[in-house]
Design a binder for this molecule. Structure first.
Ligand SMILES: C[S@@+](CC[C@H](N)C(=O)[O-])C[C@H]1O[C@@H](n2cnc3c(N)ncnc32)[C@H](O)[C@@H]1O
Length: 265
């Protein structure tokens, strides 16, 4: 992994890519036939996944708008996938408050694609890196070029921690320790509890997925001060259209929340 970008020679173009599958579920145009077939399989294995993906992306947009209102102007989107439908730089631009944005992903194909998508967007980069190494992420040349570590930062972790087995506490600490007071952590995570009539379902195709308990997911925000309404079902987090969104809660239980980094004691 280097700043010249991903090694596409290692990419299997015949296999589906999770980032492109998500883009397809969101209604984006950045997928191949193999991804769309995989999305169909995923939906048959995990009914409700499409709505959950939409709700999670909507939550991310609302969180970004909230942070822009608080004066945050730089964002690190970890496990970003493709910066297509409702991506951070689009939300910021649409709100008239352009931001500095870095998209980080471990998938070389997704990052190559993302780099192409943001090549003309100022102060925006897509970087190949493993989010499990916060030090390497922050030291990355392109991250350093876009993100000022002395300014408040919005770190986004939407639907990516299920890709990481325990322990993840040290990973979160690695980011929180590098974020100045006034920074925020936005997180969305599906739970193993709360599924209608069944235990948590994971896809055979997209294993391994870690579905954490409600208590374990709540604990992810232990080190930050939660912005109201706290950690709630993803559609309930400051919905733009409260009645409609709450009534249509996904059958895939996802918890979401936004927390403010505390000043050092
Ligand atoms: C389900 S997608 C979520 C995409 C987006 N955050 C969203 O909410 O729609 C998970 C993404 O995380 C990426 N990912 C998985 N493990 C990662 C890691 N260790 N470091 C960086 N990205 C990772 C995958 O490649 C994939 O693009």
């Amino acid at each position: 992994m280097d700043s010249d970008g991903p090694d596409l020679a290692r990419v299997d173009l015949g296999a589906p890519g999770l980032a492109r599958v998500v883009d397809h579920l969101l209604g984006g145009a950045h997928s191949f036939a193999v991804d769309r077939e995989a999305a169909d399989v995923l939906e048959s294995e995990v009914p409700g996944i499409r709505r959950a993906v939409h709700q999670t992306r909507s939550f991310q947009g609302r969180a970004v708008r909230y942070l822009l209102d608080q004066g945050v102007r730089q964002f690190l989107d970890l496990g970003a996938g493709l910066p297509g439908v409702g991506s951070v730089h689009e939300v910021a631009a649409a709100s008239g408050r352009p931001a500095r944005v870095v998209y980080v992903d471990i998938d070389p194909m997704a990052v190559a694609h993302a780099r192409h998508m943001v090549r003309l967007v100022p102060n925006t980069a897509a970087v190949l890196s493993d989010l499990r190494s916060p030090a390497l992420v922050f030291e990355h040349e392109e991250v350093r070029a876009v993100i000022d570590p002395d300014q408040p930062l919005g770190v986004l972790l939407t639907d990516v921690l299920p890709a990481l087995p325990e322990p993840i506490g040290d990973v979160l600490d690695g980011y929180l320790d590098r974020m100045v007071a006034g920074s925020y952590l936005a997180l969305a995570h599906p739970t193993s509890e709360g599924w209608p009539g069944a235990e948590g379902r994971t896809s055979e195709t997209w294993a391994p997925v870690v579905l954490r308990t409600v208590a374990a997911v709540h604990a992810l925000w232990d080190r930050v001060d939660l912005v109201p309404p706290g950690v709630v079902p993803v559609g309930d987090w400051r919905p733009d259209h409260p009645v409609e969104e709450v009534r249509q809660e996904s059958t895939v239980p996802v918890l979401a929340g936004l927390g403010r980094v505390r000043p050092e004691a």
